[in-house]
Design a protein around this ligand. Sequence first.
Ligand SMILES: NC(=O)c1ccc[n+]([C@@H]2O[C@H](COP(=O)([O-])OP(=O)(O)OC[C@H]3O[C@@H](n4cnc5c(N)ncnc54)[C@H](O)[C@@H]3O)[C@@H](O)[C@H]2O)c1
Length: 278
Amino acid sequence: MNERATSPGDLDGLIAVVTGAAQGLGLGIAEQLAREGATAIIADLQRDKGRTEAARLQADGLHVQAAHLDITHSAGVATFFDEVIGEHGRLDVLVNNAGVGQIVAPVVELSDEEWDRVLNPTLTGAFYCCRAAGAIMEKQESGCIVNIASINGQNPAALVAAYNVAKAGIISLTRTLAVELAAYGVRVNAVSPGPVYTEFNRQNMAQRCQSLNITEDEMIERIRAAIPLGRWGEPVDIAQAVAFLCSPQASWITGEVLRVSGGMEGVSAAPPKRAQNP
Ligand SMILES: NC(=O)c1ccc[n+]([C@@H]2O[C@H](COP(=O)([O-])OP(=O)(O)OC[C@H]3O[C@@H](n4cnc5c(N)ncnc54)[C@H](O)[C@@H]3O)[C@@H](O)[C@H]2O)c1
């Protein structure tokens, strides 16, 4: 287990929105930003879970709020950011973390519905949030955006094409926006996490070990052994990298994609032939 390093004060007084922060990596990121002095707004589809986690962190003395947000609704995203400005008067940090995994399937069997189910939140929703927050930050002439990509966006894994494409799109969106907003002093970077055992990965692992006919424990060990630093990631590993990119120490970093993966570059295994249809 990695310990949480905090530098209280680095993000003092900043207003930070973290999408998909009711659980998993987003929750770890919201907590880290708050521990470093920011007011973190958990913006998630899961209203009750977001509120419960915000209350838990508030009880620890942190400035954390919860808001309901579905990033797939363009108008709802615009309204949400208007409300943030209405309440706080500014927006300093956006972390686009919300995303969904794909049901494991080869491209030749990937349905239209599954393609859209993955692309809508994981890429298009992040675009809606970047557009709304980018407009605010451009006007303020300050701010920073961190998009959560994936090692799959750099090195695609078999059987999750929609997810790989969404994350490759996130990387391209990051680099485009970084150039467009540079003149306004707004920085835009991406973090590409490796495997962290969240709810997202639990579902993916369960499907992959079924298709490989191995147990979940064997699958977990196989992945661990493929990570050069020899352990799975923890949400705090990702959160600390995000906090660094939001901090003054990263003030000359923009358009960057930071892999945080224990050295893992991607999952390259080629699946065996499938049984042919008659
Ligand atoms: N866990 C990993 O190993 C891993 C690795 C690489 C990248 N990532 C990426 O990190 C991000 C977070 O992953 P996680 O593992 O914490 O996932 P998770 O499934 O545990 O959490 C995702 C959160 O996003 C929220 N969400 C989903 N759709 C939403 C929508 N339309 N609007 C608002 N919120 C929505 C969910 O309610 C949930 O709270 C994702 O973008 C994922 O692709 C995860």
